[in-house]
Design a protein around this ligand. Sequence first.
Ligand SMILES: *[C@@H]1O[C@H](CO)[C@@H](O)[C@H](O)[C@H]1NC(C)=O
Ligand SMILES: *[C@@H]1O[C@H](CO)[C@@H](O)[C@H](O)[C@H]1NC(C)=O
Length: 400
Amino acid sequence: MVLKAALVCVAVAALLAYYCNEPVPQGIAEPHMYAKMTGIIFRTALNLGRIGEYFSAGSEAQIFRSVFEAWMNVGLKLKGTSYREGLKCTDTMFDGVNVRVYEPTSTAQSDTKAPGLVYIHGGGWVIATVDTVDPMTAHVAKQLGAVVVSVDYRRTPEHLFPTAFDDSVAATKFFLQNAEKYNVDRTRIGISGDSAGGNLAAAVTLALAKEKGLPKLKTQALIYPVLQAINFTTPSYINHGHLNSLSKDLMVSFWLWYLNNDLSFKKVFEANNHTSAELKKSQYAGYVDPEMVDVKPVKKGNLKFPDIPNIATILDPRFAPLMADDADLKGLPPTYVMTCEYDVLKDDGVMYAKRLGKAGVKVNHDHYEHGFHPFLIYFDVYESAGTAMANYLAYLKKNL
Ligand SMILES: *[C@@H]1O[C@H](CO)[C@@H](O)[C@H](O)[C@H]1NC(C)=O
Ligand SMILES: *[C@@H]1O[C@H](CO)[C@@H](O)[C@H](O)[C@H]1NC(C)=O
């Protein structure tokens, strides 16, 4: 009994220390939101993953994932389930892929068909599930009166690229083909996702634009998306790579877990030594750096890479959508991009928005000067995240 109480005290003190010692960058709208998300939830999970792997208790990715999800589940338990009122939520399969479908009861009874939205959660292709974003997807379904399909794609490192992409494509196609079963208007289906889910949403949009015989996606809405792995020294990586909310170190780990599950290449990637001098002057480098002069166009097949498993994949738009050629961007559906200042991924999103605009795609870009990655998760608790959610919903109301 005494031992138990002592253990609880130690644990609470440790968490409090994490919370209080989290360096919060100046300029963040709600510092306690940052300290809670980053200091407690994220860093304890990541550190336990590293310590656990060191003591051979499991792999870093898997322990990180388990602890992170345990934290998020505590949050869900505390919330209760009242936020799901007015929705029918069903866990099912679309073409062999696990999905959770949210149907507003009002739209199910209505004579007119509802719009639909495929939602792909983030978490570096490694952590998080449809549960992590359950309050968010439920909120979006209710506010839009839309049927939302949240995709529970298979994650890495158990399933390397392209499994998450393939699952996302399969689920999206199934929804487009079977919209009527959900009383959904197949011409009013969009796709959205945050972080790694934004990567998958963008990749699916590019892939489906080339498919014949399918209804077109009405819009893509990308929330602080991850879009490129050839340049880890963009201004946002340089300015914010040290932030614990999503450090450069962790983002590079996520990319490697997705690419080949070999973190021994971390330092090489961080120094941009995974690309050749030729690639650094090519159009692909130019996609990340619009100021680049003297771009020397190259053919993918002719490029040399260092000896790293699967490395040529970094130019595959299914893996890194910013690597799509201009011709592939033309004709994409109207696009929404959300970026945050305190985010290594800011420039990924900014560059994609710019390139899409140049290719003639209608683009809405919301940038949050005081926002951080992944603050939208707290849309129901913190004002700045709530405002971002409202703007995102306003876009979808108009464009879905
Ligand atoms: C990375 O992109 C930035 C601009 O975003 C540019 O200044 C830098 O030279 C690029 N680095 C490499 C290695 O391509
Ligand atoms: C990156 O390449 C440069 C130049 O070849 C070299 O000096 C440096 O040690 C390399 N760094 C890493 C981490 O590979």
